[in-house]
Each structure stands twice: as C-alpha cells, then as structure tokens.
Design a protein around this ligand. Structure first.
Ligand SMILES: NC(=O)C1=CN([C@@H]2O[C@H](COP(=O)(O)OP(=O)(O)OC[C@H]3O[C@@H](n4cnc5c(N)ncnc54)[C@H](OP(=O)(O)O)[C@@H]3O)[C@@H](O)[C@H]2O)C=CC1
Ligand SMILES: O=CCCC(=O)O
Length: 296
C-alpha cells in the first residue's frame, strides 16, 4: 500500500471530500478522484487531480483509496454495486472509509474487502468544512493496524490528531457517540436562544455569557451568531446530523442504553427535515424550536 508514496484515490467530493482531497493535493499527494456527479471533479482536476471514471477504476489505479460518502447506503453502493470498489480490490490494496456510518455497515465492507485480500480501516472524522480545509480534523480510525500506520502521512495532512481505536466498528461507534452529544447540544442551544429572546433577554448577551463559563465550546461560539442571524449555509448538512442521531439511537437500542435526550433531539431534526431544511446546516434545527414556540 502506497499511502506513504503520496498517491491516493478519493471517492466522494461533497463538502468534506472536496476539502480533504484538495488538502491532499496541496500537500503533494497525487490524487485520483471520483464522484457520483462527475462534474464535481472538475475543480479538483484544475488543481492537479486525475479522474477515475468509476470507483473500480480508481481502485485499479491506486494502491490506497479513501472514501467520504453521505451515509451507509452510499458507502455500501460504492463498494458493492457494478463498477464498485470490490471489482478491483485485491491483495496489496487498501481501502479507507472516512464516511460516518454504523458499525454494521463498516463490518460488511471490511469483510468484503478482506475476503478479496484487500486491507481496510474505517476512519470517520470529527470536525467540519473549515477543519477539513485547514487539515484540522480529528480522525477516529479502527481496523487493520498496518494500514492505519501506512495512512499516517495522509492523516497528518487531513487532521490534527488521529486515534487508533482497535477493531472495525469502534471508529464508527465513537463517531456516533460524539455526534449524538453534538446534536443534543445543538438542540439545547436552540431552546436557550428562544427562551432568552422570549423572556426579554438579548440573545447576543447569552452567547457572551456562555462563552465565559463552564459550558463554553467552539460549536456555540461558531454557530450561535449565525443562528441569531438566521443564516444556515451548510457546513454540516442537517440531513446528515439526523442520520447520525438515528444511527446513534440504534446503537443505544442494541446496547439497551436509554437516551431520552438524544431521542428528543432526533425528533427535532426529523421535524426540521420535514420542513425542508435537510440541506441547510444542522444549526437550522433552531427554526423548528422557533416554530414550536410560535405554536404554543
Ligand atoms: N459536513 C460535515 O461537517 C461533516 C460530515 N461528516 C460525514 O462525512 C460524510 C460526507 O459528508 P458531506 O461531505 O458533508 O456530505 P455531502 O452531502 O456534501 O456529500 C455527500 C457525498 O456522497 C455522495 N453520494 C451520496 N449518495 C451516493 C451514492 N448512492 N453513491 C455514490 N455517492 C453518493 C455524494 O455524491 P453527489 O455529489 O453525486 O451527490 C457526495 O460526494 C457523511 O457521512 C457525513 O456524515 C463528518 C464530519 C463532518
Ligand atoms: O459529523 C460532523 C461533525 C461536525 C463537527 O465535528 O463539527
């Protein structure tokens, strides 16, 4: 596997994939890209990337291929469908799925890749569009240790810290736990902003007070101001946050963990999707809290 040779394939050029592949190019990697909507490859090609016509073509060309896809269904399709990864994966080739999926999806992909002699790690990430652009992601890897170690030069470009978490599934679970907490916090902030305004307080003052206390955090600092301004340009699409809440709740079901706060947050994200807000930033869940306030 040649991640250390600075050559890599990249499947999926959405908000995250585009930023990550661009970053690899900027740092001297040769990158061969593929995206379902092929026109999204154009900007990467202008920046020096090559195109693979299919996932299989990318894997055929590259010893190691990274994927950054929307959800379990996309991750499975790119591997198992016609012209997919499985058609060319073989001994000596590595596949790194950085999409946020559940452990079951990751295990299915791992079994298929390794049964053909390939090597697999999952490596979902914490951090959004800006950290992806700046190489400041937090990488939550699990699976074959040797591939993890060979991927470190690429991970050092993409992230500020990588964790190796052991067997396949642990990276997916860690990512879902983190995003479950994040989704609940976003709902708490939304309710706090509505409560502040409705009870006569200045929401900007609330943000200043939060930022000086024990619950100060980068998410409140970054999203609070744009929420007050009703601005939801997508960094992390709401539909993906709802997917992560759904998958985290399923993990809770499997482990008999009661998560009423996360369940309520999931309902708010579902409501937001039903209001047509799925492609906006996940902070647009604030709009559902405002609607509920106006109905009461
Ligand atoms: N945005 C963020 O802040 C973060 C996102 N993530 C996770 O990273 C992953 C990607 O997120 P993001 O870049 O924001 O998402 P986007 O919605 O911007 O991009 C999704 C990508 O998946 C592709 N895709 C969707 N369905 C299929 C399919 N059936 N077959 C092939 N390709 C498909 C899209 O292709 P096409 O262009 O053709 O639609 C696109 O390349 C998700 O799992 C998300 O949860 C993780 C951390 C942060
Ligand atoms: O999955 C998305 C995570 C977004 C973030 O960590 O800021």
């Amino acid at each position: 596997m040649a991640v250390e040779e600075k050559e890599v394939g990249f499947l999926g050029l959405g908000i995250m994939g585009k930023a990550m592949a661009t970053n690899l190019l900027r740092n001297g990697f040769k990158v061969t890209v593929w995206n379902r909507t092929l026109s999204k490859c154009d900007e990467l090609v202008e920046n020096g990337a090559s195109i693979g016509e299919t996932p299989a073509a990318v894997v055929k060309k590259c010893k190691c291929t990274i994927a950054m896809l929307s959800d379990p269904s996309a991750a499975l399709s790119v591997v198992f469908d016609k012209d997919g990864v499985l058609e060319q994966i073989c001994s000596g080739k590595g596949y790194i799925d950085m999409s946020t999926v559940d452990a079951d999806t990751s295990s299915k992909i791992n079994e298929a890749i390794t049964s053909r002699g390939g090597h697999f790690i999952e490596a979902p990430v914490s951090g959004s569009k800006k950290p992806a652009e700046d190489g400041q992601l937090v990488i939550l890897a699990a699976g074959e240790k040797a591939l993890y170690e060979e991927a470190i030069p690429a991970f050092n470009v993409l992230g500020k810290r990588s964790f190796y978490l052991g067997q396949v599934g642990n990276g997916a679970k860690m990512k879902l736990v983190v995003n479950m907490i994040m989704g609940s916090m976003m709902n708490a902030l939304s309710e706090g902003l509505v409560l502040a305004s409705t009870s006569g307080l200045d929401p900007w003052n609330l943000l200043d007070v939060l930022d000086l206390g024990a619950i100060a955090n980068p998410m409140f600092k970054m999203k609070g101001p744009t929420m007050i301004q009703n601005s939801y340009s997508p960094a992390f699409p709401l539909k993906h946050q709802q997917k992560d809440m759904r998958l985290a709740l399923a993990l809770g079901d499997e482990n008999a963990v009661s998560m009423p706060v996360a369940a309520a947050a999931n309902e708010a994200f579902k409501k937001a999707r039903s209001m047509g807000l799925g492609d906006l930033d996940f902070s647009a869940v604030f709009e559902t809290v405002k609607v509920l306030q106006h109905q009461s």
